[in-house]
Ligand binder design. Sequence first.
Ligand code: CAA
Length: 261
Amino acid sequence: MTEFQNILFEKNDGIVFITINRPKALNALNKDVFDEISALLTEIAKDESIRVVIITGGGDKAFVAGADIAYMLPMSSPEGKAWGAIGQGVLNQIEKLPQPVIAAVNGFALGGGCELAMACDIRIASEKAKFGQPEVTLGIIPGFAGSQRLPRLVGKGKAKELLLTADMIDAQEALRIGLVNKVVPHEELIGAAVEMARKIMKHGPYAVRLCKEAVNVGMEVDLETGSRYEGTLFGITCATHDKQEGMSAFLEKRKPNFTGK
Ligand code: CAA
């Protein structure tokens, strides 16, 4: 894969670790960062040996402290709209990636950083993590779909409170309102993300992919349409080797040997 300037990546045992790595700017997002993430995700999507992606932030302070404010200062209205579309596009790429994506939130996840975490399938937070959508303090609103994903995750009332007050919340509060799945001691963060990744990796990879797709599609349509969509994907899984293997293994009281076929 290509060399990158703003992100680090490492592949280990079916897991890819992506580290947003601009620690001097608290990993703030500019176009170069998005271009690199996007190029890497395009490669990951094609690689069936990659089963789970873990995204974290470089340095000891931030996951991502938002979109880069210095980069946005000179933007005109059309440039701002285009910038929002770039960020939304990459976050959609994460959400739609065939493989599950876990955000290991190691510090500040603010503005675009919170939006990035919300585009991931699962969020595990260090007890040092802090979340918020402070855009209104800068005279703007979220541009990477934070005003859309936040209410879907925590409900309309709480989302509006966070968006309108710009309050920063700690990891425990994020857990309480459903913004994160789990909070762990700081030094155990990556271990906890890997543990969750390995749990997912025990299962049929194709079934895992279709489960992710069913939830993603279902959350955007009515229950009947979503259920019909699930039915179609369920039917597809019934024709797979992994279904034969998973069910036979259960009946034969042995561990399944899934192949993703
Ligand atoms: N963009 C650019 N640079 C940033 C940044 C950002 N979002 N966040 C932090 N930095 C830079 C700071 O400017 C500072 O740089 P210098 O050392 O060159 O001065 C460096 O990172 C360290 O930051 P601080 O000195 O501010 O560190 P701190 O510990 O005192 O505070 C913080 C940490 C509370 C996260 C604070 O940096 C902060 O409030 N950052 C901005 C958070 C923010 O408003 N994010 C939303 C951006 S808008 C957005 O994301 C819009 C969108 O949806 C499209």
